[in-house]
Write a protein that binds this ligand. Sequence first.
Ligand code: NAD
Length: 248
Amino acid sequence: MKERIDQAAEWISHAKAVVVFAGAGLSTESGIPDFRSPGGVWDRYNPEDFYFQNFLASESSREKYWQMTTEMYEPMKEARPNAAHQAIVELEVLGKLDCVITQNIDGLHHKAGNSEERIIELHGTALYVSCLSCKKRYDRDEIQERVRQGQKAPRCDSCGGFLKPATISFGQPMPDTAMRRAQDFTLSCNLFLAIASSLVVWPAAGFPLMAKRNGARLIIINREPTDFDDIADLVVRGDIGTVLEPFV
Ligand code: NAD
């Protein structure tokens, strides 16, 4: 393990452009469950209940969605960044971070202190709510208060459209700007660090592949094997909090 961490540290110190690609495992040590680990979100919910098409299709689906998302939001709101989030901030302070492309919706990169312009939230953010029709944006807490007072599937004040947390559900179009920025950074980096992600959710999982095919070194850090371990230049298997900090 130590040799691998030393190797990663050496590559980072020589790299001109480093991109961090983060998954839900980054926040498990902050108390937010990931999707696929035992006890994760898929142990408790049916993934189909998160499909965008279902959300659009019926009031009862929207009510169910809001019930689930309300339960998931509470621990997210209280969560604090952990050592791994801080290590990514440290990379930025050292002038080593081009950007962090995150699949996480918990806002912890912002809370940890990475600069706004270096964070790309591929799957949006749970800290806001937006209207699917007129795109009006609301603070999440304001809408959660309405849910608490009995609105089961809240609607937009301005146009009556469906309100949904500003996250990307399965089947929902990806955000154009975030995808374009992520692609630009991926194609211009020479070291790509994929951390704490199962790398099975697409199109996000295409970025490590894109970086590798474009000639960047690929380092994967995860607790479990991933489908991309074979193409990585280095795989470090372990808990992100204990691995990332020492090599930064
Ligand atoms: P995932 O659940 O598919 O995979 C997480 C991976 O991280 C797993 O392989 C697991 O073994 C590993 N892991 C868990 N804790 C770890 C730790 N402490 N150290 C090292 N590895 C650890 O998550 P994903 O790949 O990000 O993709 C699924 C989707 O999950 C994303 O779209 C994301 O939007 C969503 N999600 C986000 C949050 C969040 O914002 N915190 C939480 C749950 C799900």
